[in-house]
Design a protein around this ligand. Structure first.
Ligand SMILES: NC(=O)c1ccc[n+]([C@@H]2O[C@H](COP(=O)([O-])OP(=O)(O)OC[C@H]3O[C@@H](n4cnc5c(N)ncnc54)[C@H](O)[C@@H]3O)[C@@H](O)[C@H]2O)c1
Length: 255
Protein backbone atom coordinates (compact mmCIF):
# COMPACT_ATOMS: atom_id res chain seq x y z
CA UNK A 1 0.00 0.00 0.00
CA UNK A 2 1.26 3.42 -0.92
CA UNK A 3 1.33 5.41 2.31
CA UNK A 4 2.57 8.68 0.82
CA UNK A 5 -0.90 10.26 0.57
CA UNK A 6 -2.27 8.85 3.80
CA UNK A 7 -2.03 9.48 7.50
CA UNK A 8 -0.60 7.11 10.08
CA UNK A 9 -1.48 6.90 13.75
CA UNK A 10 1.32 5.66 16.00
CA UNK A 11 0.45 4.88 19.63
CA UNK A 12 3.61 5.32 21.66
CA UNK A 13 4.80 7.47 18.76
CA UNK A 14 7.40 9.23 20.90
CA UNK A 15 8.87 5.90 22.05
CA UNK A 16 11.62 3.70 20.68
CA UNK A 17 9.68 1.64 18.13
CA UNK A 18 7.08 4.34 17.55
CA UNK A 19 9.64 7.10 16.99
CA UNK A 20 11.80 5.11 14.57
CA UNK A 21 8.70 4.12 12.60
CA UNK A 22 7.47 7.71 12.56
CA UNK A 23 10.77 8.93 11.07
CA UNK A 24 10.71 6.26 8.35
CA UNK A 25 7.06 6.76 7.35
CA UNK A 26 7.31 10.55 7.37
CA UNK A 27 10.28 10.27 5.00
CA UNK A 28 7.96 8.39 2.62
CA UNK A 29 5.54 11.32 2.66
CA UNK A 30 2.99 10.00 5.18
CA UNK A 31 1.30 12.41 7.60
CA UNK A 32 2.31 10.96 10.95
CA UNK A 33 0.43 11.46 14.22
CA UNK A 34 2.40 10.64 17.35
CA UNK A 35 -0.08 9.60 20.05
CA UNK A 36 1.84 9.57 23.31
CA UNK A 37 2.09 11.12 26.75
CA UNK A 38 5.76 12.12 26.49
CA UNK A 39 5.12 15.77 25.60
CA UNK A 40 8.70 16.94 25.19
CA UNK A 41 9.98 14.01 23.12
CA UNK A 42 6.77 13.89 21.10
CA UNK A 43 6.75 17.58 20.21
CA UNK A 44 10.47 17.52 19.36
CA UNK A 45 10.10 14.51 17.06
CA UNK A 46 6.97 15.92 15.42
CA UNK A 47 8.85 19.14 14.62
CA UNK A 48 11.80 17.16 13.23
CA UNK A 49 9.73 15.03 10.84
CA UNK A 50 6.91 17.45 10.02
CA UNK A 51 4.41 15.30 11.89
CA UNK A 52 1.83 16.06 14.57
CA UNK A 53 2.17 15.23 18.26
CA UNK A 54 -1.18 14.66 19.97
CA UNK A 55 -1.06 14.18 23.72
CA UNK A 56 -2.90 10.89 24.13
CA UNK A 57 -3.58 8.65 27.10
CA UNK A 58 -3.84 5.24 25.54
CA UNK A 59 -5.86 4.03 28.53
CA UNK A 60 -8.70 6.40 27.59
CA UNK A 61 -10.94 5.81 24.55
CA UNK A 62 -11.91 9.47 24.16
CA UNK A 63 -8.27 10.41 24.04
CA UNK A 64 -7.54 7.71 21.43
CA UNK A 65 -10.45 8.94 19.31
CA UNK A 66 -9.11 12.51 19.43
CA UNK A 67 -5.77 11.29 18.06
CA UNK A 68 -7.52 9.35 15.30
CA UNK A 69 -9.61 12.42 14.43
CA UNK A 70 -6.42 14.49 14.26
CA UNK A 71 -4.94 11.99 11.81
CA UNK A 72 -8.08 11.97 9.64
CA UNK A 73 -8.00 15.77 9.51
CA UNK A 74 -4.60 15.53 7.78
CA UNK A 75 -5.32 12.71 5.30
CA UNK A 76 -7.26 9.41 5.14
CA UNK A 77 -6.04 7.09 7.90
CA UNK A 78 -4.20 4.31 6.09
CA UNK A 79 -2.11 2.75 8.86
CA UNK A 80 -2.09 2.37 12.63
CA UNK A 81 1.09 1.23 14.35
CA UNK A 82 0.42 0.20 17.93
CA UNK A 83 3.58 0.51 20.01
CA UNK A 84 2.63 2.07 23.33
CA UNK A 85 3.76 1.34 26.86
CA UNK A 86 1.52 2.29 29.75
CA UNK A 87 1.30 3.30 33.39
CA UNK A 88 3.18 1.11 35.87
CA UNK A 89 1.32 -1.82 37.46
CA UNK A 90 -0.34 -1.30 40.86
CA UNK A 91 2.01 -3.67 42.68
CA UNK A 92 5.02 -5.92 42.32
CA UNK A 93 5.03 -8.76 39.82
CA UNK A 94 7.24 -11.83 39.70
CA UNK A 95 6.72 -15.57 39.53
CA UNK A 96 3.08 -16.57 39.88
CA UNK A 97 3.90 -17.95 43.33
CA UNK A 98 6.95 -16.25 44.83
CA UNK A 99 9.56 -17.82 47.17
CA UNK A 100 7.69 -16.34 50.14
CA UNK A 101 4.44 -18.02 48.98
CA UNK A 102 2.85 -14.78 47.82
CA UNK A 103 0.88 -14.76 44.59
CA UNK A 104 0.95 -12.24 41.76
CA UNK A 105 -2.25 -10.26 42.22
CA UNK A 106 -5.17 -10.34 39.82
CA UNK A 107 -4.93 -6.54 39.73
CA UNK A 108 -1.35 -6.82 38.46
CA UNK A 109 -2.33 -9.37 35.78
CA UNK A 110 -5.38 -7.35 34.72
CA UNK A 111 -3.35 -4.15 34.48
CA UNK A 112 -0.76 -5.59 32.10
CA UNK A 113 -3.42 -7.27 29.97
CA UNK A 114 -5.27 -3.98 29.84
CA UNK A 115 -2.25 -1.93 28.73
CA UNK A 116 -0.79 -4.39 26.23
CA UNK A 117 -3.86 -6.22 24.90
CA UNK A 118 -7.16 -4.47 25.68
CA UNK A 119 -5.91 -1.01 24.74
CA UNK A 120 -4.15 -2.41 21.66
CA UNK A 121 -7.57 -3.74 20.66
CA UNK A 122 -9.08 -0.32 21.39
CA UNK A 123 -6.62 1.41 19.05
CA UNK A 124 -6.89 -1.35 16.42
CA UNK A 125 -10.68 -1.39 16.32
CA UNK A 126 -11.09 2.38 16.45
CA UNK A 127 -8.52 2.85 13.68
CA UNK A 128 -10.25 0.15 11.60
CA UNK A 129 -13.57 1.93 12.05
CA UNK A 130 -12.01 5.09 10.61
CA UNK A 131 -10.34 3.15 7.77
CA UNK A 132 -13.69 1.60 6.83
CA UNK A 133 -14.84 5.05 5.68
CA UNK A 134 -11.84 5.50 3.33
CA UNK A 135 -12.22 5.30 -0.42
CA UNK A 136 -10.43 2.08 -1.37
CA UNK A 137 -7.18 2.42 -3.28
CA UNK A 138 -6.92 0.89 -6.76
CA UNK A 139 -5.71 -2.28 -5.01
CA UNK A 140 -9.00 -2.50 -3.11
CA UNK A 141 -7.16 -1.80 0.15
CA UNK A 142 -8.33 0.73 2.74
CA UNK A 143 -5.76 0.38 5.50
CA UNK A 144 -3.50 -1.74 7.67
CA UNK A 145 -3.11 -2.35 11.40
CA UNK A 146 0.34 -3.20 12.80
CA UNK A 147 0.39 -4.43 16.39
CA UNK A 148 3.41 -5.09 18.58
CA UNK A 149 3.58 -8.50 20.22
CA UNK A 150 6.77 -9.88 21.79
CA UNK A 151 8.68 -13.13 21.78
CA UNK A 152 7.35 -13.35 25.37
CA UNK A 153 4.00 -14.12 23.73
CA UNK A 154 5.53 -17.31 22.27
CA UNK A 155 7.79 -18.63 25.01
CA UNK A 156 7.89 -16.09 27.83
CA UNK A 157 10.20 -16.26 30.81
CA UNK A 158 9.73 -16.95 34.51
CA UNK A 159 7.82 -14.06 36.07
CA UNK A 160 6.23 -12.99 32.79
CA UNK A 161 2.79 -14.63 32.93
CA UNK A 162 0.69 -11.41 32.66
CA UNK A 163 2.88 -9.77 29.98
CA UNK A 164 3.30 -13.02 28.05
CA UNK A 165 -0.46 -13.65 28.17
CA UNK A 166 -1.15 -10.14 26.85
CA UNK A 167 1.35 -10.57 24.03
CA UNK A 168 -0.01 -14.04 23.26
CA UNK A 169 -3.34 -12.29 22.85
CA UNK A 170 -1.79 -9.90 20.32
CA UNK A 171 -0.44 -12.86 18.35
CA UNK A 172 -3.92 -14.42 18.29
CA UNK A 173 -5.57 -11.11 17.47
CA UNK A 174 -3.45 -10.62 14.32
CA UNK A 175 -5.32 -13.34 12.40
CA UNK A 176 -8.70 -12.84 14.08
CA UNK A 177 -8.68 -9.15 13.20
CA UNK A 178 -7.51 -9.93 9.67
CA UNK A 179 -10.52 -12.20 9.19
CA UNK A 180 -12.98 -9.61 10.51
CA UNK A 181 -11.47 -6.72 8.58
CA UNK A 182 -10.92 -8.51 5.25
CA UNK A 183 -14.33 -7.45 3.84
CA UNK A 184 -13.29 -3.84 4.50
CA UNK A 185 -9.96 -4.17 2.70
CA UNK A 186 -8.06 -3.66 5.96
CA UNK A 187 -5.12 -5.94 6.82
CA UNK A 188 -3.85 -6.85 10.27
CA UNK A 189 -0.32 -7.93 11.23
CA UNK A 190 1.85 -8.08 14.33
CA UNK A 191 5.58 -7.83 14.91
CA UNK A 192 7.05 -9.93 17.76
CA UNK A 193 10.30 -8.21 18.73
CA UNK A 194 13.06 -9.83 20.74
CA UNK A 195 15.09 -7.51 22.97
CA UNK A 196 15.50 -4.01 21.56
CA UNK A 197 17.30 -0.99 22.91
CA UNK A 198 14.40 1.45 23.34
CA UNK A 199 13.50 4.00 26.02
CA UNK A 200 12.08 1.09 28.02
CA UNK A 201 15.73 0.19 28.78
CA UNK A 202 16.99 3.76 29.06
CA UNK A 203 17.18 3.91 32.84
CA UNK A 204 19.42 0.84 32.83
CA UNK A 205 21.95 2.54 30.53
CA UNK A 206 22.73 1.43 26.96
CA UNK A 207 26.02 -0.31 27.80
CA UNK A 208 24.62 -2.26 30.71
CA UNK A 209 21.55 -3.26 28.66
CA UNK A 210 23.75 -4.48 25.79
CA UNK A 211 25.99 -6.43 28.19
CA UNK A 212 22.96 -8.07 29.80
CA UNK A 213 20.74 -8.78 26.82
CA UNK A 214 23.06 -8.77 23.78
CA UNK A 215 24.59 -12.20 24.51
CA UNK A 216 21.11 -13.80 24.63
CA UNK A 217 20.66 -13.15 20.92
CA UNK A 218 21.77 -15.90 18.56
CA UNK A 219 23.21 -13.69 15.83
CA UNK A 220 23.98 -10.79 15.75
CA UNK A 221 25.08 -10.74 19.40
CA UNK A 222 23.46 -7.45 20.32
CA UNK A 223 20.09 -5.96 21.12
CA UNK A 224 17.85 -4.98 18.24
CA UNK A 225 17.78 -1.38 17.04
CA UNK A 226 14.45 0.45 16.79
CA UNK A 227 15.24 1.20 13.12
CA UNK A 228 15.11 -2.56 12.45
CA UNK A 229 11.55 -2.63 13.79
CA UNK A 230 10.71 0.40 11.65
CA UNK A 231 12.05 -1.32 8.51
CA UNK A 232 9.67 -4.23 9.10
CA UNK A 233 6.73 -1.95 9.91
CA UNK A 234 7.29 -0.19 6.56
CA UNK A 235 7.42 -3.51 4.71
CA UNK A 236 4.18 -4.64 6.36
CA UNK A 237 2.45 -1.41 5.40
CA UNK A 238 3.69 -1.48 1.80
CA UNK A 239 3.32 -5.20 1.08
CA UNK A 240 -0.37 -6.01 0.58
CA UNK A 241 0.25 -9.74 0.72
CA UNK A 242 1.34 -9.66 4.36
CA UNK A 243 -1.78 -10.34 6.38
CA UNK A 244 -3.04 -12.23 9.43
CA UNK A 245 0.22 -13.28 11.02
CA UNK A 246 2.96 -12.33 13.47
CA UNK A 247 6.55 -11.96 12.33
CA UNK A 248 9.31 -12.60 14.85
CA UNK A 249 12.09 -10.02 14.77
CA UNK A 250 14.61 -11.34 17.25
CA UNK A 251 17.98 -12.30 15.76
CA UNK A 252 17.03 -15.94 16.36
CA UNK A 253 16.70 -15.45 20.13
CA UNK A 254 14.88 -18.21 22.01
CA UNK A 255 14.73 -17.72 25.76
N1 LIG B 1 11.93 -2.92 23.69
C1 LIG B 1 11.77 -4.23 23.61
O1 LIG B 1 12.72 -5.01 23.76
C2 LIG B 1 10.42 -4.82 23.31
C3 LIG B 1 10.36 -6.18 23.00
C4 LIG B 1 9.14 -6.74 22.69
C5 LIG B 1 8.01 -5.95 22.69
N2 LIG B 1 8.10 -4.63 23.00
C6 LIG B 1 6.85 -3.85 22.96
O2 LIG B 1 7.00 -2.72 22.15
C7 LIG B 1 6.05 -1.72 22.53
C8 LIG B 1 6.73 -0.38 22.59
O3 LIG B 1 7.78 -0.47 23.50
P1 LIG B 1 9.17 0.30 23.36
O4 LIG B 1 10.22 -0.70 23.66
O5 LIG B 1 9.24 1.10 22.09
O6 LIG B 1 9.07 1.25 24.63
P2 LIG B 1 9.32 2.81 24.79
O7 LIG B 1 9.31 3.03 26.26
O8 LIG B 1 10.51 3.24 24.03
O9 LIG B 1 8.02 3.45 24.13
C9 LIG B 1 6.75 3.35 24.69
C10 LIG B 1 6.04 4.68 24.54
O10 LIG B 1 4.72 4.56 25.11
C11 LIG B 1 4.42 5.78 25.75
N3 LIG B 1 3.37 5.63 26.75
C12 LIG B 1 3.47 5.15 28.02
N4 LIG B 1 2.27 5.22 28.62
C13 LIG B 1 1.41 5.76 27.73
C14 LIG B 1 0.02 6.10 27.78
N5 LIG B 1 -0.73 5.88 28.88
N6 LIG B 1 -0.54 6.66 26.68
C15 LIG B 1 0.19 6.88 25.56
N7 LIG B 1 1.50 6.57 25.46
C16 LIG B 1 2.10 6.02 26.53
C17 LIG B 1 5.74 6.21 26.37
O11 LIG B 1 5.73 7.61 26.66
C18 LIG B 1 6.73 5.83 25.28
O12 LIG B 1 6.99 6.91 24.41
C19 LIG B 1 5.42 -2.23 23.84
O13 LIG B 1 4.18 -2.84 23.55
C20 LIG B 1 6.40 -3.30 24.30
O14 LIG B 1 5.79 -4.30 25.07
C21 LIG B 1 9.27 -4.05 23.31
Amino acid sequence: MDISNGSVLISGGAGGFGGATARRLAALGAKVVLADLADERGAELAAEIGGLYVQTDIMDETSIQAAIDAAISLAPLRAAVIAHGGPPPPDKGGRTIGRDGSRVSIAHFAHLVSVYLVQAYAVSSMAAQAMATNEPLASGQRGVIVNTASIAGFEGQPGQVPYGAAKGGIISMALNLARDLAPLGVRSMAIAPGTFLTYAYAQMGANKAQETFGPMVLNPKRMGEPEEYAMLAQQIIENDFLNGTTIRLDGGQRF
